[in-house]
Every structure is written in structure tokens, then in C-alpha cells.
Design a binder for this molecule. Sequence first.
Ligand SMILES: C[S@@+](CC[C@H](N)C(=O)[O-])C[C@H]1O[C@@H](n2cnc3c(N)ncnc32)[C@H](O)[C@@H]1O
Length: 298
Amino acid sequence: MSPLAGRCLACARPREAVFASMRELYPFNMPTAEERERMLKNRRAWGLRASVHLNSDFYDLASFKQGRNSLRPIEQEELGDVRGRSLLHLQCHFGMDTLSWARLGARVTGADFSEEAITAARSLAAELGLEAHFIQANLYDLPDVLDEEFDVVVTTYGVLSWLPDLDAWARVVARFLRPGGTFCIVEIHPNWGFIDEVDGKIKVTDSIFRSDPWETETVETYTDGPALEPHKEYNWPWTVGRLVTALINAGLRIERLRELPIDVRQRVPSMVRSDDGFWRLPGDPLPLMVTCVATRPI
Ligand SMILES: C[S@@+](CC[C@H](N)C(=O)[O-])C[C@H]1O[C@@H](n2cnc3c(N)ncnc32)[C@H](O)[C@@H]1O
């Protein structure tokens, strides 16, 4: 074995010690070069998706332009009245939800790494005459380009599996909250990464303790519309425990955590739509969504 095994090639100190001191110097930009490479591939995937999503029935931009609020009751209940509050929406896609918060009276900033999505968000805001600030940046680089603190930081529906490092993510969240500010996440439950329906039955298909990302070669997205160019995507597994621990380690106080047996769309054939418009598995065997509200102590 090389005498430098497990050691930094530049200074020969143990690699973990070097990482620990780097973490202090660069608290936000922690993903490794390999993870960054994978996120670049994901950015391309999201560029392809954004163009299709903008014209999809799923997002129904036409009714949004006529005044529809694209937010769901869950995030509105969690955050309450946002009038006059400054709000940062992380991973905002092409800004429909961000602009819905603006319509409810918040002073909004949306951030996303997809150029196509952010260009569309800016032109949507201009077309609708809504005041909003949109920033194109990888989430981990946002502290380099945005120097503000917000009353509210929010992120929703399909965000965490695109992020390789939850601890660094939580530090970014905390960085943008003013003391006393509120963070809210409403997310697809990570269970969906580990289960599937096989012959009409829900089965566990992967280990919840898995740590390496899934690599998918695909032409699909979750909306209607044409097939995408073939491309690769990477998704990282996470758990509710790791989410909560990352937020606590970043200095936030957890106010509430809810695991819900409902979903915003049908992910497997046996799901049925209930009167409230949400989808459920018969008998509610598992949580399908998770919400968490945390605050930055004063
Ligand atoms: C499923 S969408 C979020 C859904 C959004 N709430 C909606 O329905 O419009 C995930 C978003 O995360 C963004 N994203 C993925 N990885 C990112 C990263 N590392 N930095 C910033 N944005 C990222 C994608 O561009 C995409 O817009």
C-alpha cells in the first residue's frame, strides 16, 4: 500500500483532518469534484426538463398566467401569512411557486441552477408584472452570489434527492435565515426511493441505508410532453433522520416534523385519489410526504 494511502497528497496529513479544516474554511461548498461533475449532468437534465415542463398540462402555465395560485394547502398552512415577509425559494424551477408567494404578498427571491428555468422565471415575472428576483446558481454556491438574510426560506417537492450533501445544504439554509426566521420544507418522502409496486403490492426494492447515488439513463420526466434527449441523472438517497440531524447541526431548532400518508401525484397504479385531491396508498401503510418547519434561534 502507498505510504500516502488515506492521506492528503499535497501535505501528507490524514485526509479526514484536512477535510475537517476545509469544512471550517469553506463551510458551504463541500461537494467533491465527482459530485460536482454529477450535478453538472443533472443541470443539463433540468435544462431539458424545463423546456418540456413549460408547455405541459401538468404545470398548466396558461391558468397560472390568469391568476391561479400554484401552491398547495400544505406549504401555505405551514408558513401562514407571508405578507410583507422576505422569502427565499430554493430550487425554484421556473418560478411558478415563487411568483405565487409573491402574489400572496411576500418579497420573493428564487434560486435554481438551471439557466433555462431561471430565464423562464424572469420572463414570467416580467410578463405578469410581479416583483421577484431570480438567481441562477448551484445551491452550494448561492452564498457566493447572494448576501442577504430572509424571514422565510422555503423549498418543496422533489428537491433533496438532487443534493449530494445534506449537511452542506442545511448550512446554506441556515446562512440565509435571519435570526428568528423560519425554514419550511415540504418534500416527497424518501420512502419513494426504496419502494415500488410489484404485482399490485408495495415492496421494498432497495436498502434505506444505501449511500451511493442512483445513476439513471433516461428520456423521461414526470410531466406530460415529448420525450427528452437521452441523458444521465443522479439522485442521492436520504432519510428523514439525516434531514433533521443536518438542520439541527446547522444550528436550527426543529419546530415540527410531519410525515403524511398523502401525495401530490399518483406514483404507482394502486394509489387512489381522495376527496381532498391528494393521492394515497390503500390503507395508508407508509408516509408518502414529509414536512418540516425549523427556526433560526435569535
Ligand atoms: C422537482 S424541481 C422542484 C419542484 C418545484 N417545487 C416545482 O414543482 O416547480 C427540482 C429543482 O431543483 C433544481 N436543482 C437540482 N439540483 C440543484 C442544485 N444542485 N442547485 C440548484 N438547483 C438544483 C432543478 O433545476 C429543479 O428546478
